[in-house]
Design a protein around this ligand. Structure first.
Ligand SMILES: Cc1ncc(C[n+]2csc(CCOP(=O)(O)OP(=O)(O)O)c2C)c(N)n1
Length: 351
């Protein structure tokens, strides 16, 4: 961690308490956040215009997620980190190198969607060469799977497993399964359990569901240490993730991190995805970047303009790409059903 020195902070970066993130790193994180936000807000429009049907994603979680993606040991196999993500992790994927057009492709259900060939919901990522295990719509099952990859990593290599979910999902037994299997005496597993606490599970408020204020408090019963961080603050998030990963990598045992975040567009397009008045991590970060002289207003506008252009070009290109036909829908499934037999290859629409 860079220590304070006599140079003014504005020449060095942005600080939270004693922690200072360099100007270069701040600009990198900011650009990822802007690109993620531009992609997601365009995807919401696509859900309303008929270019897509259902939207769910990560506006409000970008600050923490961008910092997470930049600290992943990326690659394939147990010597690299395994990621069991949820459907609000777009900024993590973008920080790891995902092209915006790939998020747009899944939203537009094109054949070229690299995660599901146009078959899954948006933000249901999957990337074998980055150890990104397919995101599940069934919430929290990723917490039951995470000990599996962590067990392999305990035995081979120095990668760790990172599993992410929402606060409401932590009520599922899968969350407890993860704590239990990760903390067996003598068999502790290198798992970083992350809860993104946006205060809601669709329309259920956190305070009406959980008797403890923070999910990480449950770790105490399993001897798992944890930390709560302001997930709207990229500086605090960066260093909390760094500490947590250092702990899991060096001790080969579990740790819990809870990021307090905002839900900026409701749960999904099913609730209309209206903009909420919750604190916006991007707007908050931009104020700090300006006051620290890390960037000026024209500089901010340029980042936003470039992101909009990138998304516009992606939507234009993806809109011209092939979509799977009903006849192709069961390709890549384990057990093709009677649909294959009933509909010929050139069938173009279901009744
Ligand atoms: C096992 C299961 N139960 C219920 C649902 C329906 N469902 C989808 S998202 C959601 C709320 C999840 O809330 P939280 O875990 O806090 O994550 P958030 O969406 O707020 O990020 C629920 C209940 C589901 N998909 N899977």
């Amino acid at each position: 961690m860079p220590k304070k020195n006599s140079m003014p902070v504005k020449d060095r970066g942005v600080e939270t308490g004693d922690e200072i993130l360099s100007a270069e790193r701040c600009l990198q994180i900011h650009r990822i956040m802007v690109r993620a936000r531009a992609m997601e807000e365009r995807m919401i429009k696509m859900s309303k215009s008929g270019e897509g049907f259902f939207w769910i994603g990560g506006p409000g979680e970008e600050a923490f997620n961008a910092c997470l993606g930049l600290q992943i040991k990326k690659g394939q196999g147990p010597t690299f980190d395994f990621l069991h993500l949820h459907y609000r992790n777009s900024a993590t994927m973008i920080a790891m190198g995902m092209e915006l057009i790939d998020g747009i492709r899944q939203m537009g259900m094109t054949w070229t969607d690299p995660f599901s060939a146009g078959r899954n919901f948006p933000s249901h990522f999957s990337r074998k060469e980055w150890n990104v295990v397919p995101v599940s719509s069934v919430i929290e099952v990723q917490f039951a799977m995470a000990p599996g990859t962590a067990l392999v990593q305990k035995r081979h290599g120095d990668g760790v497993t990172i599993v992410v979910g929402g606060d409401a999902g932590a009520a599922e037994g899968d969350f407890t399964t993860c704590m239990l299997w990760s903390s067996r005496p003598g068999n502790e597993l290198p798992v970083l359990m992350i809860t993104m606490n946006n205060g809601w599970g669709i329309s259920t408020a956190h305070c009406t569901q959980h008797s403890c204020e923070h999910t990480i408090e449950r770790g105490k019963a399993y001897g798992i240490a944890g930390e709560v961080v302001d997930g709207n603050d990229p500086v605090a998030s960066w260093f909390a993730i760094e500490r947590a990963l250092r702990y899991v990598r060096s001790t080969r045992s579990p740790f819990m991190l809870e990021a307090m975040v905002s839900r900026l567009h409701g749960h999904s397009s099913s609730s209309g995805a209206p903009r909420s008045a919750d604190p916006d991590c991007l707007a908050l970060f931009e104020e700090r970047l300006l006051s620290a002289n890390v960037i000026d207003r024209p500089g901010l506008e340029r980042v936003h303009r470039e992101a909009r252009q990138e998304v516009d070009a992606a939507v234009e290109k993806a809109g011209q790409e092939k979509k799977p036909t009903p006849a192709e829908i069961e390709k890549f499934t384990y057990a093709p059903s009677a649909v294959d037999a009933v509909y010929p290859d050139d069938y173009t629409g279901l009744p």
